[in-house]
Design a protein around this ligand. Structure first.
Ligand SMILES: [Zn+2]
Length: 96
């Protein structure tokens, strides 16, 4: 008797990983970020912690790696934070 030819069943799932995160900032002025080369809204470190759940130590390590930029003392560059979060959320195998 001849074995039946079975085709592998294949399922493809698409998951959209983009989301909108709104951070209300108390910063009144936009500042120039030298690393981005553009004018950005600075976000305070504690605001990043509250909005993203990333702890202070991780924020500091991201800053040291250059993933996010520090501007004007304690401010975090919103453009670099946005790029980092988008990259993390869309990275293959990412669970965040
Ligand atoms: Zn920047």
């Amino acid at each position: 008797m001849k074995p039946k030819l079975q085709l592998a069943k294949r399922t493809e799932i698409t998951i959209e990983t983009r989301s909108v995160m709104r951070i209300n900032t108390i910063a009144a002025n936009e500042l120039f970020c030298g690393e981005c080369g553009e004018v950005v809204v600075p976000i305070l470190g504690w605001q990043v912690v509250c909005a993203t759940g990333i702890n202070k130590e991780h924020i500091e390590s991201l800053r040291l790696r250059g993933d996010i930029h520090k501007i004007n003392g304690a401010g975090i560059c919103s453009a670099s934070l946005s790029r980092y979060l988008l990259r993390v959320q869309t990275a293959p195998g990412s669970v965040t």
